[in-house]
Design a protein around this ligand. Structure first.
Ligand SMILES: *Cc1c(COP(=O)(O)O)cnc(C)c1O
Length: 363
């Protein structure tokens, strides 16, 4: 039996995580969008999110959204990356809601919606400090005035994003900016703000602590549900499962080798000059896994006695000296994935996906 390089996905754990996050948020009056971009919207995983009770789906890629619709998905889908001006027809056709920050794009979305005889809903993104997408706070009122005039568009609320470019942490104060802007828009312009979308996984900590400003009524959660981690706050979320995804790769060589290469050092396979510290002879293993398959920095050996020394396109070299388990050629080694690791393996055609549901494994 050939052991393919594969990503094992425990759908029961993902469903569990989704249900726990939904329960926490619903208790605070917050809806949860299940974010599907971290796993390229693989249908089996989308179903697990749905079974966990998420209130809608969200993705940043139109390719993923086309696939969701082709699979027969009828749920509300929010486009999380501000739309491309050249792609507004597809956005209106396939997404119920999109997040936006450019008036020219919103006008084009409006024209497309009118042509199709529908209303397209938008959330206006406000930049409260992370400096990724969004309107600067002082320009919000003006922008809303322009947006509410656009036919075919229904402005449903405001959103913000943190912890992405600038690494800014969500806090009561910066999220409350969104709440106050919403109140001001309602008071001054009479436009009801149905949705105040307060960020992704990094905002969950505020919900747990009861510190999320009242009024925030939507979060868009990917990483937390999938991996049970919160990279921005640098924490493992201890009430969620952290091992729903495991990558397995086959050992193709095990040998004692020196820790420093022998000969004159030029460049490695990727043009870098490698550096080594001499720690003597080490027991090393190579697995059939490389940079062509996965973002290696996004993998963590499950066995804590194993460390990744490096990788080329098709080989990953491991130091197995300190593990207590005996490793042979033909064995499989398991790796946890980080968010960036998951992004890479979920869309790699070299990595087979297998799913566990109701304790049964299947493709
Ligand atoms: C990716 C993304 C999210 C989800 O972030 P997680 O940290 O995975 O929860 C939320 N909102 C926007 C706009 C995104 O691009």
């Amino acid at each position: 039996m050939s052991l393919s390089l594969r990503l094992e996905v425990d759908l029961d754990k993902i469903k569990y995580n989704a249900a726990k996050v939904v329960e926490l948020c619903h208790n605070r009056g917050i809806a949860v969008l299940g974010v599907t971009k971290g796993f390229s919207a693989i249908p089996q995983i989308v179903i697990a999110l749905r079974e966990g009770g998420v209130d809608g789906l969200a993705d940043a890629r139109m390719e993923n959204i086309f696939e969701l619709r082709n699979e027969g998905c009828l749920e509300s889908i929010t486009l999380l990356r501000i739309p491309r001006l050249s792609n507004v027809d597809n956005v209106v056709k396939y997404c119920n809601v999109s997040v936006n920050s450019e008036v020219a794009v919103i006008q084009a979305l409006g024209q497309a919606a009118k042509k199709m005889g529908v209303d397209h809903q938008i959330i206006l993104m406000v930049d409260v400090g992370d400096l990724r997408e969004g309107i600067m706070i002082e320009n919000v009122l003006d922008t809303v005035r322009k947006v509410v005039r656009v036919e075919g568009i229904r402005l449903v609320g405001l959103g913000t994003n943190m912890g992405c470019f600038g690494g800014i942490l969500p806090e009561y104060s910066n999220l409350n900016v969104l709440v106050n802007l919403g109140k001001m828009i309602e008071a001054r312009l009479g436009v009801p703000m149905e949705v105040l979308s307060g960020g992704g996984t990094s905002s969950l900590l505020l919900v747990e602590r009861g510190e999320i400003p009242p009024g925030i009524n939507q979060l868009r959660i990917g990483e937390g549900i999938l991996l049970g981690t919160d990279t921005t706050n640098h924490r493992i979320i201890d009430w969620l499962k952290n091992d729903a995804f495991v990558l397995k790769a086959e050992v193709i060589e095990v040998k004692l080798k020196p820790s420093v290469p022998i000969g004159n050092i030029g460049r490695d396979a990727f043009g870098n000059i490698p550096e080594f510290t001499d720690v003597g002879i080490r027991n090393k293993a190579i697995v059939a896994l490389g940079k062509q398959d996965a973002y290696i920095e996004g993998l963590i050996p499950v066995d804590k006695g194993i460390t990744i020394l490096g990788a080329s396109s098709d080989h990953t070299i491991l130091d197995i000296t300190d593990t207590t388990s005996k490793i042979h050629v033909g064995d499989e080694l398991a790796f946890h994935v980080t968010y960036s690791g998951l992004l890479s393996v979920s869309q790699s055609r070299y990595v087979k996906k297998v799913f566990r549901k109701d304790k049964i494994w299947s493709n």
